[in-house]
Design a protein around this ligand. Structure first.
Ligand code: SF4
Length: 661
C-alpha cells in the first residue's frame, strides 16, 4: 500500500515536519540517571525517521517537580547538547510544559496547588485553591519555561492541558469549584488555559511553535468531548495554537490514558475525532495504540487527524519508519501493548523506561540492535531452547555474523509465550514470538525442532559457545511463598490444575465452581480466572498479596482485569489468603498470616471448588546447564532457565548473551 498521506511533510505553525509520524510525550525518567541516556534514547528514534518528538513533561515551577525540570541546572545544560545531536537528523522537537496541580507534591513539602481544594487520586493531599497571585506566577512560569526551551534550541512547546493536570483542573467542573473569574461558566473555566497560551505566545518568537494537548477526561461530571471541542475552537479562534494534540483519559480513568492489550488499535478515535474535527485550519494529532504506518495513513486519509503518534511502537522499534520506507514493514518489531517495560518501568521501582520486546530501550548507550555490529571472527553458537530468551539470543548472535544453531525440544518455537498468549485478552503477546521466529529464519539460523539434547549431544556439536534457554515448568508441590511449612494437601487429585493445564486443554476444567490460588501476583492467575469465568464458573481467588495482580502494570492491566471479573459477577477476591487443603468439590482457605495450629474460629473457611488451579513460581529447567557446567563447558544460561521471571527479563538476558558471544 502506498503511504501517500503519512509520509507527506506538514507545516505546524512555523515548523515543517518531514512526515506525519509523531512520538508524544511519555515518561522515560532517564534524566534521573544520566542526561546522556535520554539523549541516546531520542537519538535512536530520530535516526529511525520520526517526524516530530514531544519530550516528556518538564516541570515549569518548583511546586511541580518532574523527572525534567526547568529549574534544574543539570537539565538546563543537557537540552542544548541534546538538540545539537538531534537537529542534524531532521526530527523536530517540542517540549511538553507541565504543571501537575493537585497531582504534584511541591519540593518543599508544602501542599499542592490547584484550582480548588479537591485532592487527586494520585497524591491524595488536599491542595491549596490558587489565589490570583499564584495563578499569575504559574502563567508566567509557563511562559518563561517556553522561552528557555527556545533558547535551548527546541522547535516548539506543547502546553499539557489534558489528563487532569493543572489546566484541566481549571477546566473540569469536578476540580474547579471557584466562584471568581476562573470558575463557573465554560468561559471562566477555560480562562487559565487561554492565559497560559497567550503568555507563551507573547514571550517566544514567531519562529517557535506552540501546541496544546487536550483530552476528554472520561470521568463522570468532568471535562468531556464537548468541553474539549469548545476549548479547541476558542483557542483556534484566538490564534493561540499551531497544533492540537488530542488524546483521552485522566487519573480518574487511568486505564483509558495508556491502553493495555485489551484495547483495539485506534481505541481513542471515538472520543478524539469529534474534537479534532472541530479544528478548521490548525493541524491535529491523535494517539491510540497505533503500531504501523498503514494504520496512521488510514487515519489521516479519513480526515480524522493530520498527524498520528506511534509512541510505544517506537519504544519497541526505533527504526519503524526507516524499515517501512525501505519496503520491509514486516521487520518492524511489534509493540505488544503490555506496558510492562514502558509504563511500569518508568512508574515502578526502577524509575526508567524499558521495553519488553526491545532489550535496548532505555539502554541505548550499551545495548540494542544498533550495537549488533559484525564480529571479526564468527563463532559456532549453539542455543538450546526456542522460547523468547533463546530466540532473542540466536537473533542477536546471528545478526553479528555468528553461525547459530537453535534447538527446541517441542515441535514449534515460542516456549511459554505460546501458552500464555491463550489467556483472554493476551493474544497480542504472540506477536512477540512470531516476530522473533521470522527473524531467526530470515537471518539463516539453523533451527532444529523436536530435538532434545543432553550434555553428550551438546559436546558432539562442538560449538564454540553454548547458551541454555530451556525455560521453566510449573511446580505443583503445594508450597506457598508465605507459608512454606504448611504445603497445601490434596494437590495430587485430577481436578487440581496448573495454569498451563488451563490454557492448553480446557477439557480438564470441570464443574461450576473454582478456586484460583495466586502465589505470583502476575497475569497468569488473572488469565486463569478470566478463562474459568468465561465458562460460567464462580471463582474464589486467593492471593498472598495485599492487592490484585501487583506484579503487572496496575492501571492498564490489573485494574481493567479486576473490573472485568467483578462486572461479570461470581468473583470473590481474598487478598492475604491462601489455600490449606483440597477435597472433592470443596477446599479450605485461611489467612496467610496465621499458623494453622493457632487458627481461630472463622479463620478456616470452606469454599466450593470443583476445579482448583495452583499458580506458583515455576521451577527452572536447568539440568542441562548444570550437566554442562559439571563437564567444565563454557556455557551461559538465560531467561526462565536462569530464574523464572517475566518476558521482559527473558528477552533482555537473551539479547545480552547474544551480544556477549
Ligand atoms: Fe509496547 Fe510493552 Fe514495549 Fe511498552 S513495554 S513499548 S507496551 S512492548
Amino acid at each position: 500500500m502506498a503511504l501517500t498521506h503519512v509520509l507527506t511533510p506538514i507545516q505546524v505553525g512555523p515548523v515543517q515536519l518531514r512526515n506525519r509520524v509523531a512520538r508524544t510525550a511519555h515518561g522515560t525518567r532517564l534524566a534521573l540517571y544520566s542526561f546522556d541516556d535520554l539523549i541516546e534514547f531520542h537519538y535512536r528514534r530520530a535516526e529511525g525517521g520520526v517526524g516530530l518528538t514531544i519530550f516528556e513533561i518538564l516541570g515549569v515551577h518548583r511546586t511541580t517537580p518532574a523527572s525534567l525540570n526547568v529549574f534544574n541546572p543539570v537539565h538546563a545544560e543537557g537540552y542544548p547538547r541534546m538538540m545539537a545531536k538531534l537537529r542534524p537528523t531532521g526530527m523536530k522537537c517540542f517540549q511538553q510544559l507541565w504543571h501537575g496541580g493537585h497531582h504534584s507534591l511541591p519540593i518543599d513539602g508544602s501542599p499542592p496547588w490547584s484550582a480548588s481544594d479537591q485532592p487527586s487520586p494520585e497524591a491524595g493531599v488536599v491542595p491549596i485553591a490558587m489565589t490570583q497571585m499564584m495563578i499569575d506566577e504559574i502563567v508566567e512560569a509557563y511562559a518563561m519555561t517556553a522561552k528557555k526551551c527556545e533558547e535551548w534550541g527546541l522547535d516548539g512547546v506543547e502546553l499539557h492541558a489534558a489528563h487532569g493536570y493543572l489546566p484541566q483542573q481549571f477546566l473540569s467542573p469536578n476540580t474547579n469549584k471557584r466562584e471568581d473569574d476562573y470558575g463557573g461558566s465554560f468561559e471562566n473555566r477555560a480562562r487559565f488555559t487561554l492565559e497560559c497560551l497567550a503568555a507563551i505566545r507573547a514571550t517566544v518568537s514567531k519562529d517557535f511553535a506552540l501546541a496544546v494537548r487536550l483530552a476528554p477526561d472520561d470521568a463522570a461530571g468532568g471535562s468531556g468531548v464537548e468541553d474539549n471541542g469548545r476549548i479547541l475552537e476558542l483557542i483556534e479562534s484566538k490564534g493561540l495554537a499551531d497544533m492540537f494534540n488530542v488524546s483521552l483519559g485522566s487519573y480518574q480513568a487511568f486505564p483509558r490514558l495508556v491502553a493495555g492489550m485489551h484495547e483495539p488499535m485506534g481505541y481513542e478515535l471515538p472520543t478524539s475525532v469529534p474534537v479534532t474535527r472541530r479544528a478548521k485550519k490548525v493541524p491535529t494529532l491523535v494517539t491510540g495504540r497505533f503500531r504501523t504506518l498503514e494504520e496512521a495513513d488510514a487515519v489521516i486519509r479519513a480526515g480524522d487527524a493530520s498527524i498520528v503518534a506511534l509512541s510505544r511502537a517506537h519504544i519497541a522499534d526505533p527504526d519503524l519508519v526507516k524499515k517501512t520506507m525501505a519496503g520491509h514493514p514486516e521487520r518492524v518489531r511489534p509493540c505488544i501493548g503490555c506496558n510492562q517495560g514502558c509504563l511500569a518501568g518508568s512508574r515502578g521501582p526502577s524509575a526508567r523506561v524499558a521495553c519488553t520486546v526491545n532489550a535496548g530501550a532505555g539502554w541505548e548507550r550499551t545495548s540494542g540492535d544498533h550495537m549488533l555490529t559484525p564480529v571479526a571472527k564468527p563463532k559456532r553458537v549453539l542455543v538450546i531452547g526456542g522460547g523468547p530468551a533463546g530466540m532473542e539470543a540466536a537473533r542477536a548472535a546471528a545478526t553479528r555474523g555468528h553461525k547459530v544453531t537453535l534447538v527446541e525440544a517441542e515441535p514449534a518455537l515460542g516456549g511459554v509465550v505460546k501458552i500464555a498468549s491463550k489467556a483472554p485478552t493476551r493474544a497480542t503477546m504472540r506477536d512477540a514470538i512470531v516476530w522473533l521466529e521470522q527473524e531467526v529464519y530470515r537471518l539463516g539460523v539453523d533451527v532444529r525442532l523436536s530435538t532434545y539434547m543432553d550434555a553428550d549431544d551438546v559436546a558432539k556439536e562442538g560449538a564454540d559457545e553454548v547458551i541454555v534457554a530451556t525455560g521453566s515448568t510449573p511446580r505443583m508441590d503445594g508450597v506457598q511463598v508465605t507459608n512454606p511449612g504448611e504445603p497445601i494437601t490434596g494437590l495430587e487429585q485430577p481436578h487440581v490444575l496448573s495454569s498451563w493445564d488451563v490454557f492448553q486443554d480446557e477439557r480438564r476444567i470441570t464443574g461450576k465452581t473454582a478456586l484460583v490460588i495466586d502465589d505470583t501476583g502476575h497475569f497468569e492467575a488473572i488469565g486463569v480466572a478470566e478463562t474459568l469465568q468465561a465458562r460460567g464458573m464462580a471463582i474464589t481467588f486467593v492471593t498472598r498479596h495485599i492487592s490484585f495482580g501487583p506484579g503487572v502494570e496496575m492501571a492498564a492491566m490489573s485494574e481493567p482485569a479486576l473490573s472485568r471479573l467483578s462486572a461479570r459477577g461470581s468473583f470473590s477476591f481474598h487478598p492475604r489468603w491462601r489455600a490449606v487443603s483440597i477435597g472433592k468439590g470443596t477446599a479450605v482457605i485461611a489467612p496467610t498470616f496465621i499458623k494453622l495450629a493457632e487458627a481461630m474460629p472463622g479463620q478456616l473457611v470452606t469454599v466450593p471448588a470443583d476445579t482448583v488451579v495452583f499458580v506458583s513460581p515455576n521451577r527452572s529447567n536447568r539440568d542441562i546447564y548444570d550437566a554442562l557446567r559439571a563437564k567444565g563447558a563454557s556455557v551461559r544460561v538465560v531467561g526462565d532457565a536462569n530464574s523464572p521471571r517475566f518476558l521482559n527479563v527473558a528477552i533482555r538476558e537473551g539479547h545480552l548473551a547474544g551480544i556477549a558471544v
